[in-house]
Design a protein around this ligand. Sequence first.
Ligand SMILES: [Zn+2]
Length: 151
Amino acid sequence: MILQLVQKNHKLLRTKLKKVHFPLSEQDKKDIKNLTDSMYYYKGVGIAANQCGINKQIVIVDCHWPEDGKRSPSVLINPQLLSATGEMLVEEGCLSCPKEFVKIKRPSNIMISYKNEDGKELFTFAGGNLLCHCLSHELDHLKGKLIIDYV
Ligand SMILES: [Zn+2]
């Protein structure tokens, strides 16, 4: 099911989101599926739950599909930034801030931990690529931060 994007001034976009508890509820699983469908529908490479009105620390990312057309979404639940180093300047847009593009200094290397759908703790490292700044962007959403805050 495709979810509606909330408006830019929606208070959930400005809210620190709630942690998800394990095992996942049926509703959590539905939310994950709907968020994934919605990310592709809106042609995003990442989406955070609050962008669709859901108060849960859930992020979906897929930075490859615009190039190769293959969908391989990653679901990150309760992600935490463990380290951020370096700097890169990137121009970003956001599904929640249509038509706004902002140049932002992002870390060039990040390490994050997160839980997968089975509740297993995993780690991911991203350096100097789209995934790296996409993850930084989505982690901002979970804290209630938007790209327009960088202007
Ligand atoms: Zn965004």
